[in-house]
Design a protein around this ligand. Structure first.
Ligand SMILES: Nc1ncnc2c1ncn2[C@@H]1O[C@H](COP(=O)(O)OP(=O)(O)OP(=O)(O)O)[C@@H](O)[C@H]1O
Ligand SMILES: [Mg+2]
Length: 662
């Protein structure tokens, strides 16, 4: 599979040192080249959108000032050209009262000046726009990293991505275009003044058709604007289908739904094509009118002006100069419509961007944070009530106390709030009432970074990045050397299979790690967390796709690795639960029983029921023989008897839930 590293970074590395393929991926977290813009938009939502962007624009005021000055000089040179031509024709060619060469030199000088300053202002304004583009992207990204989980629960990732890309683009385009437009209008005014000073009637004839150009422009815009929105949204539809088909290709193929998907894409593409053809049609109708209307002005000028020249009341040079000015006059008229459309779009885009930037992160460092340094690892949930957003309480008066070094398994029916407990400890969300504390300090008083560095969370569906296995494992500690990475991989029982991959630790894994099996991904995720060596470890179904024997080896390694590590294991499998010192049973948002596996088996009928139910629903990745092996293994440890006796009156070997699965 090819890599998806940002092209620029990859290019840089390859250009500077083609012999170092390892440099293509910068270790995540080590990005010294990043410079933060250090400003943000104005928080005052009552202001207009350009004013809210003020602080960002102000950062580049020097570049802006220089560019505008250059634009002004280029403009003056441009406006002077027709005047010089007029004198050339009248004085050097017609009356021969003056030499021709100085005029030619003057024209060359004006041309060069205009060229040089046009280069300067274009370069200046566009680079300013791209600097603002960079700033906005950085501001949004920095803000996104601060936003809490509750925000990501609500918003669709596609929305965030489009706001961080196309919306920034439309704002940036407008900001680059606005000064150009202002200059263009200024040139209109100056050209008009020149013309009026020469001859008022001719000027009026020349601009006779311009309101028509404007009106056609407005009409076109009114027609095109809704169409361009339709095109945009249909483009997004097509992109969504393509994206879903690529990322969801495994689902599409497994349901043999390719034909259906192709039809879906075909229909979306057809709708897009219809809108685009409409747009072209509208342009084709209006563009010739817009182009030819000003020629009416030119014709009138030639007619009336020509007559004046023949009568000897006007010089030939004046008519030629007039023609040149008429061409300059049209540009702003034609651009104005486009500019207004850009303005509307930029405003809508800016508002969409502000919507994200105005979102307040709800989980922030306290004013006077306590730094969690080498904690003992005591964890307490006291009277915790919690629900997502405005939703019903998921945890309702939860009491859970875990001693330093203890390994506790949390067991409960699916959806009872086990993962929620795992999310409250590293403070992904705040409790409604009660306390979550580490070593007796409420997590809301702790410095977030120190809390999260000490609480390692491994999920069942780990997210891996499309980089090398080494970089994935070293994600939390990019400075770790190969030996440390290998040691972590060994503890997670991943070293063996990594060695067998084509490039070992340097193997680049496909998007989200799809080139690995579910169990392999889980082991890499465990290694990634072990490398950070957190004092408190939470395994949320983190070994669900790993086979029982390997899982046992992982737990043995975990035990040896750090004596006294507090571990919370959330599991459905008996084999996993059996590795814990203590088991707590959850129901109705609270802990209803706690004790050793055997004591719960003996005294808590609900426990056996939950376990039996869980064993009834093996994970997707579970191969039948793996399951059989697991049942064998657990049976051999004498763990199944109790369950079978409780839920299966026929006894071991009868047609109980276990018999049903195997
Ligand atoms: N981000 C979220 N936003 C809103 N509701 C959520 C969110 N995450 C979970 N829930 C709800 O909270 C409840 C508890 O979910 P939780 O993930 O803690 O269950 P669980 O015990 O881990 O289940 P499982 O065993 O299936 O993993 C569920 O009813 C779920 O629908
Ligand atoms: Mg869960």
């Amino acid at each position: 599979m090819t890599t998806t590293a940002p092209a620029s970074a990859a290019d840089d590395a390859q250009l500077s040192d083609p012999a170092a393929p390892d440099d293509r991926f910068e270790p995540v977290g080590v990005t010294p080249r990043y410079t933060s813009p250090g400003v943000t938009i104005s928080p005052d939502a009552a202001r207009g959108w350009v004013r809210r962007l003020g602080p960002v624009i102000k950062r580049h005021r020097l570049l802006f000032g220089v560019s505008v000055a250059a634009a002004f000089i280029a403009l003056t040179a441009q406006l002077a050209v027709p005047a010089v031509i007029r004198s050339t024709i009248d004085q050097a060619l017609d009356s021969r009262s003056r030499e021709l060469t100085p005029f030619i030199w003057a024209l060359v000088a004006l041309g060069l000046t205009r060229g040089a300053f046009a280069f300067a202002y274009r370069y200046g304004l566009y680079s300013m726009a791209y600097k603002i583009d960079y700033d906005l992207r950085a501001i949004i990204y920095e803000h996104l990293t601060r936003l809490s989980f509750s925000f990501y629960d609500r918003i669709q990732s596609g929305q965030v991505i489009s706001r961080a890309n196309s919306d920034i683009r439309s704002v940036q385009m407008y900001l680059a275009f606005a000064p150009l437009m202002a200059m263009s209008l200024l040139s209109f005014v100056i050209a008009l003044a020149f013309m009026l000073s020469i001859n008022v009637v001719l000027t009026l004839l020349a601009i006779f058709a311009l309101p028509g150009v404007y009106l056609v422009g407005v009409r076109l815009r009114n027609y095109i604007f809704p169409l361009s929105w339709i095109v945009q949204s249909r483009l997004a539809d097509v992109a969504t289908i393509v994206e879903e088909n690529v990322t969801g290709v495994r689902v599409v193929k497994s349901f043999a739904a390719e034909g259906q998907q192709v039809k879906l894409l075909g229909r979306a593409a057809q709708k897009l094509q219809w809108a685009m053809v409409r747009q072209v049609l509208a342009r084709a109708h209006h563009a010739p009118i817009m182009e030819n209307l000003p020629r009416v002005g030119i014709a009138l000028v030639l007619l009336y002006g020509g007559w004046l020249v023949i009568e000897g009341r006007l010089s030939l040079g004046t008519i030629v100069a007039f023609n040149a000015y008429i061409l300059m006059l049209q540009a702003p008229f034609r651009l104005l419509g486009f500019f207004m459309m850009l303005g509307q779009r930029a405003r809508a885009s800016a508002e969409r961007i502000f919507e994200i930037l105005d979102e307040k992160p709800d989980i922030v460092d306290p004013v006077d944070p306590v730094v969690l340094d080498e904690p003992a690892g005591r964890v307490d949930f006291e009277g915790v009530v919690f629900g997502y957003g405005e939703g019903p309480a998921v945890l309702d008066g939860l009491e859970l106390h875990i001693e330093p070094g203890e390994t506790v398994a949390i067991v409960g029916r699916t959806g009872c709030g086990k993962s929620t407990i795992a999310r409250l400890l590293p403070r992904f969300y705040d409790v409604r009432t009660g306390h979550v504390s580490v070593d007796g300090v409420d997590v809301r008083q702790l410095q977030l970074a120190s809390l999260r560095a000490n609480v390692g969370l491994v999920l069942d569906e780990p997210f891996l990045f499309s980089t090398s296995i080494h970089d994935n494992i070293a994600y939390g500690r990019p400075d770790a050397d190969r030996d440390e990475v290998v040691a972590a991989a060994r503890s997670a029982q991943a070293h063996g299979f990594i060695e067998q991959l084509s490039d070992g630790y340097d193997t680049i894994i496909g998007e989200r790690g799809y080139t690995l099996s579910g169990g392999q991904r889980q082991r890499i995720a465990i290694a990634r967390t072990l490398l950070v060596n957190p004092r408190i470890l939470i395994l949320d179904d983190a070994t669900s796709a790993i086979d029982v024997h390997v899982e046992e080896a992982i737990h043995d390694a975990l035990r040896n690795l750090l004596k006294g590590r507090t571990t919370i294991v959330i599991a459905h499998r008996l084999s996993t639960i059996s590795l814990a010192d203590r088991v707590v049973l959850m129901e109705g948002g609270r802990v209803v029983a706690s004790g050793s596996h055997s004591s719960l088996m003996a005294g808590e009928p609900r426990y056996a029921q939950v376990l039996a139910h869980a064993e009834d629903e093996p994970g997707d990745d579970e191969a039948p023989d793996g399951l059989e092996r697991e049942i064998e293994a657990t049976r051999s440890r004498g763990l199944l008897e109790g369950i079978e006796a409780t839920v299966n009156p026929l006894g071991p070997g009868g047609m109980g839930p276990m018999g049903g699965v195997s």
